[in-house]
Design a protein around this ligand. Structure first.
Ligand SMILES: Cc1cc2nc3c(=O)[nH]c(=O)nc-3n(C[C@H](O)[C@H](O)[C@H](O)COP(=O)(O)OP(=O)(O)OC[C@H]3O[C@@H](n4cnc5c(N)ncnc54)[C@H](O)[C@@H]3O)c2cc1C
Length: 428
């Protein structure tokens, strides 16, 4: 059996943060990173905009401000971001405050989907040059923590300590690991909403602030804004029963005036926290996703704001007529009526948020604007952590978005560093 001091599962930012921290602070440690994909699949690969201001990306329950800032500094020192300039922020902030909303001023950088891939390749080279073994296209299947080994689709691998950071897509897998380790957990929250796509001139704030973070009442917020060469995409999910559904998402390529498609997209999400008797928020989310797929003939749904306001289903013609002056960037989507698929309470709050946003920045409620549904962010059930380093069982650590310790690249990277400190204690 191959044996390492440290095994890191997942080459996303959480796995990277932990590995670089171990290299720096414990040289000589033998480290193996595995990933089931040929290249890290998360946000570093898609759009790669990074936020460097608390609380973006840091769930409050794990990250008091001083702790988050301590780790954010380390992330910044390592990644050396070129922070994007912003302008006219006070104007938007004043308008937002009049409506009981707020606009957070966040330090951001944006590499784009192509720039993100270049960053991943550079980081991977640095890791292999430093002696880290990296095995791509290898999937962890199970863990035996008494005998300290994991089983992958290729082999068994021994470890002294292990970090499991499989991202949001890995939430079913993380759940099975928690069962195998006997880790107690509780149900987690969900983010459910839509993705809005419109012309840049109808949401011109993006010229002043790349990814503006508006907070509306009732835990509704804007999230993940992309502009320039921006595209809406769909992500495939499969339930444990084998049902397929899609969540939409968005990304943009690195700025390049020649390739600008003139569009902007962003999510408006509502955070939902369930209590008894609902046993699993994820299952609820999956039902929403499956319901949307059922209505869309296996595709996500899209509706023009003009049709939505008239209470009409969008049809193919809604995406061709002269009023509807731009093509959806995600074509493989079903013209539909999202209000038939979305719980009314969530839709009501999101629509209220959109009206407020249209008052702050008039334009997004233009009839041509497209609302894509569903955009759902799933997190694993919240494990009971044994310490502040996200240890779930002796020598086993979780980090990143899947484990609920972060919600973005920088938070995931920070959670990896924090976990690595616990792993070093395990090794000593
Ligand atoms: C389309 C898209 C765009 C996004 N854009 C942004 C953005 O611009 N900015 C931002 O901050 N965040 C963005 N995000 C969110 C971002 O992806 C996450 O916050 C971040 O990547 C979480 O890091 P992570 O290390 O926890 O997981 P991930 O980055 O998802 O990495 C987890 C890795 O684990 C691997 N894996 C999973 N299960 C196994 C297994 N069993 N065995 C082996 N390997 C496994 C996966 O293949 C994956 O590479 C985006 C997400 C998506 C999907």
């Amino acid at each position: 059996m191959d044996k390492y001091d440290v095994v890191i599962v997942g080459t996303g930012p959480a796995g990277m943060g932990a590995t670089f921290s171990l290299l720096e602070n414990r040289p000589g440690t033998s480290i193996l990173m595995i990933d089931k994909a040929p290249v890290s699949t998360g946000g570093m690969r898609n759009d790669c905009k990074m936020n460097f201001t608390y609380p973006i990306g840091f769930p409050f329950e794990y990250w008091p401000e001083d702790v988050a800032n301590h780790y954010l500094e380390k992330v910044k020192e390592f990644l050396k971001p070129d922070i994007l300039p912003k302008s006219n922020i006070e104007v938007y902030q004043t308008r937002a405050e009049k409506l009981g909303c707020s606009l957070l001023e966040i330090q951001q950088t944006h590499l784009g989907t192509d720039g993100g891939l270049r960053l991943i390749q550079q980081l991977m080279k640095r890791l292999t040059d430093s002696g880290v073994d990296i095995s791509l296209k290898e999937e962890m299947l199970s863990i035996n923590n008494e005998q300290k080994f994991i089983t992958t689709d290729l082999r068994e691998i021994g470890y002294k300590t292990i970090l499991i950071a499989p991202g949001r897509h890995g939430f079913h897998f993380l759940q099975s690991v928690m069962h195998q380790l006997g880790v107690k957990y509780m149900d987690n929250i969900l983010d459910v909403g839509i993705r809005v796509e419109t012309r840049i001139e109808r949401y011109p704030i993006v010229k002043d602030y790349y990814d503006p973070k508006f907070y509306f009442p009732e835990k509704v917020r804007t999230f993940c804004t992309n502009s320039g060469n921006a595209h809406v995409v769909k992500e495939k999910y499969i339930t444990e029963r084998g049902d397929v559904w899609y969540s939409v998402n968005g990304h943009a390529y690195a700025p390049d005036a020649a390739k600008n498609n003139g569009l902007v997209n962003f999510a408006i999400l509502k955070t939902v926290r369930f209590t008894e008797p609902l046993a699993s928020g994820q299952e609820f989310a999956e039902h929403l996703g499956v319901m949307a797929a059922l209505m869309g003939g296996g595709r996500p749904l899209m509706q023009r704001v003009g049709d939505f306001r008239m209470g009409k289903r969008s049809k193919a013609a809604s995406f061709n007529g002269d009023l509807y002056d731009f093509e959806p960037s995600l074509r493989d989507c079903c013209p539909s009526d999202i209000s038939l698929a979305m719980p009314s309470k969530i839709l009501r709050y999101i629509w209220s948020g959109m009206k407020k946003l249209d008052t702050i920045i008039p334009g997004i409620l233009h009839p041509s604007t497209i609302m894509y549904y569903p955009e759902i962010k799933l997190y694993a059930n919240k494990p009971e952590y044994k310490d502040e380093h996200f240890q779930v069982a002796a020598d086993v650590f979780f980090a990143g978005d899947g484990a609920g310790t972060s919600r973005g690249i920088t938070g995931a990277w920070a959670s990896g560093i924090r976990a690595s400190e616990g792993m070093m204690e395990s090794l000593n």
